[in-house]
Design a protein around this ligand. Sequence first.
Ligand SMILES: Cc1ncc(COP(=O)(O)O)c(C=O)c1O
Length: 436
Amino acid sequence: MGKGQELYKKAKKIIPGGTQLLSKRPEQFLPDNWPAYYQKAKGVEVWDLDGKKYIDMSIMGIGACILGYADPDVDKAVSKAIQLGSMSTLNCPEEVELAELMCELHPWADMVRYTRSGGECAAVAIRIARASSGKDKVAVCGYHGWHDWYLAANLGDTSKLDGQLLPGLQPKGVPRQLKGSVLTFNYNKEQFDKILLEHGKELGVIIMEPARGHDAPLEFLQYIRKKATELGIVLIFDEITSGFRMTCGGIHMLYGVNPDMAIFAKSISNGYPMGIILGKKSVMDAAQESFISSTYWTERIGPTAALATIKKYRKEKVDVYLINMGKKIKKIWQEQADKAGLKLHISGIDTLGHFEFDYPNNLAIRTLFTQMMLEKGFLAWFQFKVSYAHKDKHYKLYEKALGEVFPVLAKCQKEGTIEKMLKGPIQTTGFKRLVD
Ligand SMILES: Cc1ncc(COP(=O)(O)O)c(C=O)c1O
C-alpha cells in the first residue's frame, strides 16, 4: 500500500467522509489503490506522496484547472498579489476590474457579486433572486452544490435529485420546514409545465445548467426564457461547469439565450477559490435589501487569479484549443475501442467528454481500466476534462497505453475474468456513507 492510501485510512478516522469533496473520494476511482494525495502538480502532471509521477487524463482538479496545474501566468499574478498583501482594511481594486471584464464578456449583464466557491455562488444567487421576485419557490435542473436551499428538494423523497448528476444526496440536517420549496425538472417540457401548473404563482426562481452531459435542447431553453419573462420569474444559469469550456464566457452565449443571472466558479480562476454572480441591474439591486456579506469574499487572490485566467483564456483563444483537443480524445477512444473490439458509448459536450463500457458490468470494467492505466502512469477515469496544458505528446502516450489496455479489457470481458483481475473493490458512484 502506498503512503497515500495509508494517509487516507487515517483521514477517514478524523475527517468524516475522508475528503471535503465527494468527487475526490479515492473510492470513486480505485478503492484501496488510488494514490489519494499529491505532493506536487504542474501542467498535466501529478506526483503522489511516494514520488510517483502520473499524467492526469481524468478530471483535472474537477474542472478547476482549465489552463493546467500551476499555470505560470496565473501563479505569477497571484504571487504578486501575495507580495503586495492579500488582505487589508481597504478593498482590492481587482474586484472592479473583474466586474467590468465579466460585464464586457456578457453584454446582457450589468453587475456582479463575488464568493469564493460554487455552492456559495448558487446560495447567494438564489437569495438575490428570491428577494427580487418576491416569491420563494425554486425550480431546479442540474447540480447546484450542497446548501440547504438545494437539498430541500430531497426532503420527503430522497430520490428527487437523483436525475441531477449526483444520486442519493441525503438531506439530513436540512430543516423539514423547507419541504416543497424546491421542485426538480430535467430537460423536459412536460416536467417543467407541470411545475408551472402546480406552483406557477409561487415560483420566483428557475436555476438550471444550460448544458451538462450534453447541450440542453435550444427550443427548451428558449421556452423557459419566455415563460420566466411572462411570469416574472428570475432565470439563473449555473455555468460553474459549462462556463469557459466552449467559449470565452458562459455557454449560453453560444445559444443566444440570456438569463437574468449567471454563476461561475471553478472554470474561472484556475484552481484558486473564486465565485462570480453576474446579473442584470434590475435583479442584482435586490442584493442591497438582503444581508449578503462575508470577510473572505474580499481577499485579493481570487479576483487576481480570475483576471489572469480569463485574460489569458481570451488572448490565446483557449476555447478553440479545448474544443479541438476534446474532439481528438473522443476520436482516440473510439478508434482504440474499435481496434480492441470493445463496445464503448461516448458522450458529453466536446470539452467534457466521457465514455461508458457498453456492458452490464460497466463499473467493474471501468475499475479495471483505471487500475491498469494507473500502473502505466496515468490518472485515468471514464470522464476527461481537457485543459490547455494537455498537448499532443500526452495524447500519444495515452493512446499507446489505451492500445495496450483496451485489448486486455476486451479479452477479460469475453472470458468473464474482469473481477478476478481487480486488486481491490469495484469503484463506487454517488453519495453514501463510507464504512471503514
Ligand atoms: C453546475 C455546478 N454547480 C455548482 C457546483 C458546486 O460548486 P462547488 O463545488 O465549488 O461548491 C458545481 C460543482 O461541481 C457544479 O458543477
